[in-house]
Design a protein around this ligand. Sequence first.
Ligand code: ATP
Length: 768
Amino acid sequence: MVASNVQIALRIRALSAEELLSVPARLQKNVLSTSPFAPNQVIVQGERKQVFSFDNVFAPEVSQKEIYDRVVMNMIDKVIEGYNVTILSYGHASSGKSHTLGISDGVSYTRESKGIIPRAMSTLISYINSAQYKKRKYSMRISFVEINDEKIIDLLSEDNDKIKPQILIRDESNGQILWSGLQEIKVNSLEEAINILSRGMLNRQINTSRLNDRSSHRHTIFSVTLSQQKFIPVNGDSVNSSNLSPSMLSSKQFSGSKEINKQYEGDWVTVTSKLHFVDLSWKDMDKDIPKSIILPISHVISNLGKKTEEVSETPRSISNAQNCPPILKEYLGGNAKVLVISCVSPAAFQVKETINTLEFATQARNNKDTTVIHQEIGWYNVEHLQDLVLKLRAEVKTLQENGTNSLNTPVNEKQRRRSSILANILVNSNILQNEKDSTNLDDKISLASLDLPKILEGETLNQGLGPIIEEYEKSILSLENQLSHVRAALAYSENALHLQEDKLKDTEETNKQNMHTINDLKNHIAKLNERKETTEIEEIESRDDMVAELGKKIENLVDEITYLKETQTSDSTNSTNSFTEQVISKEVILESKVTITGKEEESEVSNAELLVAIQKLHKRLAKFEEEAMQNQQLIDTLEATLIENEDSLIAANKKLSILQNREDGLLKQIKALNSRVEEANDETENAKSDLFSAKQTMERTLVEERKSKENLKFQLKEARNEVENKKAEILLVKQEEKKIKEKAEMSRITLENELERLLSKKKKFGCF
Ligand SMILES: Nc1ncnc2c1ncn2[C@@H]1O[C@H](COP(=O)(O)OP(=O)(O)OP(=O)(O)O)[C@@H](O)[C@H]1O
């Protein structure tokens, strides 16, 4: 069977409440996205867009339970089956590794948020106690260590252990890892297991504060060693190998230990399997940091999926924790089942670390794709078949040596060759059975079928089918790659289309708002215009009235002044003249009268009258003079008012010109606003048509991509059908092989009978 023993999952954690409070909103932006069309892919929007693929991708909302049920539960089944299992969480600091494993805070096996370790312990112990496994004897031991830059710390040793034994790890030549000085505590119940886990975690916390968290990388390993004893009755037959788990069959191929105690009625088989939980933790995961820190991590990840013998020794020289590499061999090499959970944060402020983690995971994923594990047993176990063939050969050889030369016949040689070919056919057909199809497999298979008799005559199937298998694998890989590329491209296009649609909606919304604003502005401008016009008309009218009034006033004043002046001049000249003349004439009359008085008595009365008249005339003169002064004052006041009014007229004119300027400015603003509105309208129309054509292009691309996806699906389906056909053909070949095998078996029996006959003949001859 061909299978991958490494699964790589990705877990994206949610932002913590603390991050939501302390990290600026701009840096909290989510840079990771998943798509329902490609559930195993994650898209990173860093400096550029990158797509990464995994076996499983868990979004932030996926619960601890769901992760456990989907990827961990079946690993626990494997532990019970006898496999070594390693569950490894890795990622940058605070990415959720410990939380995922269940060792970040107080452990409880009842809480819903509990992590993988408490859940796994619960499953293991319920298996052990279940009726199905009651007939087996179990023992379970737990160890808990931390490996930091400096050393290995046993997290289960009591604090008051004054003299702690030094922990040493030995890499045995048979691939086994031996720990010494490490406490392994036996547990019988879930409560005991959880108590031990809690104790270790407490010590871990104490260590963290003691070390002041200075170490650059600190890995925590919680290990469970499960020993299962199963009684297998012999009943005269050999142990039925198909009942045994892989680790019982070969300590080289499976790292569980083998111990068979033969008893009277059967065998007690002990199978030891190990379950490791590894929290690979390091700080400042960055490409710029010294290689000595980053290499051990990249080494672990890049060696995932490789067979034990392929795991390089490099980290020995680069890590202070000299014992680290052998541990990795046990955990990651050979047939160990490995689940890697890469933990990342979705936030923009950790995008660099996230990309590093994703790149490491991709590297590990690429390695695992080349890993092939053969688990066949019985007739489908290659080693078993080869052993059998070797055994048969040895038997025949012994017979040949012990028997007569007549045994070395062409029939015997043919039998040997057939056995060898049979083994090869079985190996190759097993591989083929589990492979998928290749595009031109048909021709090659038919060629191979033509060659089959030749192959049966001596050529191995490896030569005939090897290239077909290779090509077939390549085609399947390339088809799957193509499909995943198309899926990624489709997801990308759909994302882009959604983005464009969102953009279009946003632009339409903005347009609507702009239109509203433009309409509002237009209304506002119209109102302003209206108001301005009425105000201006009113102002101009009132100004005109004022000006007319002022003009009238001025005219009146001028008239009045002229009149007054004229009046004053004529009055004063006339009246003064007449008055003076009157006075003078009266004085002359008086004088003449006085002169005459001496001559005539009657003239004395008229003199007195004349004096009175002169006095009256003087009074009138004074009155005239006073009036003239008053008139002069009035003229002065009127002149001052005239000047004032002229000033007001100038100010009013100035105000008028300012208002006219303002009006011009407003008109200009209105014009500018109108042209801006027109420009915005044009831009909106252009953007609309651009978006519309972009949308149409995207839709066309999407349709084309969908078509090509359908085509690929169709091709894949056809390829799968062909695989099915090939499988059927292979089944036929296998049936043929079975017949050959039966024939071979019969030949062997005949051979044995012949041998027996010959031996008895020999005995007979010996007797003679
Ligand atoms: N999926 C998750 N859901 C809720 N909280 C989480 C999740 N992942 C991590 N946290 C929380 O985020 C914090 C950091 O997680 P955790 O300690 O597991 O990170 P870490 O990768 O082990 O860090 P370090 O390498 O520094 O030990 C913890 O308080 C943990 O409870």
